[in-house]
Design a protein around this ligand. Structure first.
Ligand SMILES: Nc1ncnc2c1ncn2[C@@H]1O[C@H](COP(=O)(O)OP(=O)(O)OP(=O)(O)O)[C@@H](O)[C@H]1O
Ligand SMILES: [Mg+2]
Length: 211
């Protein structure tokens, strides 16, 4: 069975992930590939309902363990209904956040037992694993300033303290260091066009974009 490629974008608030997901999708479509862009939490109708529960409200609305379970309920629905079918028909799936965000937000920053997260990955993701993960790295104060300037709803994680966001950054960097074959760290402090170029270099060097 033909299988597409699965690319995930990860990193803290305001790092530029959503901006660059669109740019990468356009470049891949220009190569004649079918591209599906999606996001987490969310990406399917049921998962988007869970997104609203998780991203709105007071910072302590959910405990990290409860959040982990909500994220994995959403992720399973998203995988079943969107990601797996797209990969099976050969599409390239670009996902704005995925399982590493649970490791970093609920795990490294939130304190959820990594063994619980590892067990959920094994049982819930099964074989749906990213071929490439782009880890957008920048100082949290820079990202939060960008995110605040954008404003809007879904501020729950942004409202957590700076210590949380520092642990988050370290969590993402640790994931990239532990899995260098899957992950590429992107300097997210660079101007948008330079970030776009770094993303394209990583994708075209690591995945066979030209068949
Ligand atoms: N390289 C960049 N330099 C300066 N500003 C940027 C850059 N990339 C994106 N921005 C701006 O920063 C803001 C946040 O970008 P974006 O929404 O893409 O980040 P994000 O990583 O998706 O954030 P979140 O995790 O909160 O969804 C936007 O206003 C965007 O225009
Ligand atoms: Mg975003």
């Amino acid at each position: 069975m033909a299988r597409g490629r699965f690319i995930t974008f990860e990193g803290g608030e305001g790092a530029g992930k959503s901006t660059q997901v669109k740019r990468l999708a356009a470049r891949l479509e220009a190569q004649g590939l079918e591209v599906v862009t999606t996001r987490e939490p969310g990406g399917s109708a049921g998962a988007e309902s869970i997104r609203a529960l998780v991203l709105n409200g007071e910072a302590d609305r959910w405990s990290p363990v409860t959040e982990t379970l909500l994220m994995y309920a959403a992720r399973r629905d998203h995988i079943e209904r969107v990601i797996r079918p797209a990969l099976a028909r050969g599409a390239w799936v670009i996902c704005d956040r995925f399982a590493d965000s649970t490791r970093a937000y609920q795990g490294a920053a939130g304190g959820t037992d990594p063994a619980l997260i590892a067990a959920l990955e094994a049982h819930i993701l099964e074989d749906v694993r990213p071929d490439l993960t782009l880890v957008f790295d920048l100082p949290p104060e820079v990202g939060l300033e960008r995110a605040h300037a954008r404003a809007g709803a879904e501020m729950r994680f942004e409202s957590k303290g700076m210590a949380f966001h520092q642990r988050l950054r370290e969590g993402f960097r640790a994931i990239a260091a532990a899995e260098p074959q899957r992950c590429a760290v992107i300097d997210a402090t660079a101007p948008m066009d330079a970030v776009e170029g770094a993303v394209w270099t990583a994708v075209s060097e690591r995945l066979a974009v030209h068949g």
